[in-house]
Write a protein that binds this ligand. Structure first.
Ligand SMILES: Cc1cc2nc3c(=O)[nH]c(=O)nc-3n(C[C@H](O)[C@H](O)[C@H](O)COP(=O)(O)OP(=O)(O)OC[C@H]3O[C@@H](n4cnc5c(N)ncnc54)[C@H](O)[C@@H]3O)c2cc1C
Length: 405
């Protein structure tokens, strides 16, 4: 009998397993994949995520992975660019990283195993085992055909956006946002870059990030209704979009693409009920949003940390497990909601209103405001604090611009 059985061993599942095993809980993680394996994803980890990984003891492992530490971010809006370093996290973390998932995910899973979690790869979760309404375990089948039930006091679905655990548990879906963007990405050799570069245009978004092996990750996003047209000839659409961004296009001329284009239009947003009797969800399984703000991995670490605290209390006897899981649900939603709404707004890919454009132009000429603004994406500044009327007025005044009416 395990304390916790976790389905899915990537960002959310392994981060949770690591934290729980470190608290002495008996944990098993299963994943149908065998590591190392890649997954369709960008891999930008914001300072708030790096800070969470530091708390898990993985900061040095992150540095060893071979993707450079990034201190600066620039967001090019066409007529002006906001460029600088974000406000640091509370522990002083200012770096972000963009390690390839085939390199990063196994390190996380191995760290969980090193502190006592049991990892079963190439093992598929098939269904929940119930006793009445209470989940009591999981049924699994290995790729060699071995069928086994695993009993646990708590089952956690960290099995991604199409979570089978969530479907079996009947988790309610709420606060949905339809898919608004589609995106394609590729890796490039000899595309020099020393920071996270974002490009925002009407109907278009692009992001370039340095990653492992000296390669640059370059993604382009379009409105979702362009997906059919884009995928008919991805290369032409992708290069045409980059050509509209001269500072990037100039560098792409001498770069060479390594590998194929990968893309998706599966970008809808939703929350799923985070927990019920004997089960909980973490990571994309419980909360999904458009990748445009690259928050999925950072959220997975932060939500795993929240869930771990509540599970340690609940299974350790400090409080009732159902009450502890309720706390997790509330705290997860409160933490996620502001950036969820902002992500949904950015995913419209529409030009900012004149008021917002004036604010952003004022931010661009103030190093302090730049750090605060970039801190929103970095997870180190609360959007409500930044967009509070007195703060907006202060930024506009600093830039010598008239206050908003
Ligand atoms: C195009 C794109 C770009 C992105 N860019 C970024 C970015 O730059 N930064 C960022 O933070 N996020 C980004 N994201 C989001 C990020 O990929 C996810 O938020 C993140 O991977 C979620 O981690 P997770 O552990 O919850 O789920 P996943 O990474 O989806 O892992 C789920 C695991 O569960 C396993 N699993 C599923 N079903 C079963 C089953 N039945 N039995 C056993 N195992 C199972 C899978 O094999 C998988 O290993 C991007 C996403 C996309 C699509």
């Amino acid at each position: 009998m395990y304390d916790v059985a976790i389905v899915g061993a990537r960002c959310a599942g392994s981060a949770l397993a690591l934290s729980l095993a470190r608290h002495g809980l008996k944990v098993i993680i299963i994943d149908r994949t065998r590591f190392p394996s890649d997954t369709m994803s960008g891999h930008y980890i914001h300072p708030a995520g790096v800070s969470a990984l530091r708390r898990l003891g993985l900061r040095e492992d992150l540095e060893r992975l071979g993707s450079p530490a990034l201190r600066r971010m620039s967001i090019d809006f066409g007529s002006f660019t906001i460029s600088g370093a974000p406000t640091p996290a509370r522990d002083g973390t200012v770096d972000s990283f963009a390690p390839r998932r085939w390199a990063f995910d196994p390190v996380l899973a191995e760290a969980a195993v090193a502190v006592g979690a049991e990892l079963r790869e190439a093992t598929n979760f098939t269904r929940l085992v119930f006793d009445g309404r209470q989940v009591k375990g999981i049924a699994t089948v290995s790729t060699s055909g071995r069928v086994e039930d695993v009993r646990a006091r708590l089952v956690v679905g960290a099995d991604g956006k199409r979570s089978r655990v969530a479907a079996q548990a009947g988790a309610r879906v709420y606060d949905t946002v339809p898919a608004r963007t589609c995106t394609y990405y590729a890796y490039w050799k000899d595309l020099p870059i020393d920071r996270a570069e974002l490009y925002v245009r009407d109907g278009r978004f692009a992001v370039a990030l340095p990653t492992n092996e000296g390669l640059t990750f370059l993604a382009v996003a379009w409105p979702v209704d362009r997906f059919g047209a884009v995928r008919k000839d991805v290369e032409t659409a992708y290069l045409a979009a980059v050509c509209e961004l001269p500072s990037l296009a100039d560098r792409l001329v001498s770069a060479k693409r390594v590998g194929r284009f990968t893309g998706t239009a599966d970008t809808e947003g939703f929350f799923r009920e985070a927990a019920g009797p004997g089960w909980a969800l973490v990571g994309d399984a419980g909360y999904h949003k458009d990748p445009i703000t690259a928050q999925g991995m950072t959220d997975a670490f932060l939500h795993a940390e929240l869930l771990s605290e509540c599970v340690v209390d609940g299974l350790g006897g400090a409080r009732n497990i159902d009450a502890a899981l309720m706390t997790y649900s509330q705290r997860r939603d409160a933490l996620a909601k502001p950036l969820y709404d902002m992500t949904a707004e950015l995913a419209r890919l529409s030009s900012p209103s004149p008021e917002v454009a004036a604010l952003l132009a004022a931010v661009a000429v103030s190093p302090g405001a730049t750090s605060e603004f970039l801190g929103i994406m970095a997870g180190t500044v609360h959007p409500q604090e930044f967009f509070a009327a007195p703060n907006v007025e202060r930024i506009l005044e600093l830039a010598g611009r008239p206050k908003a009416a």
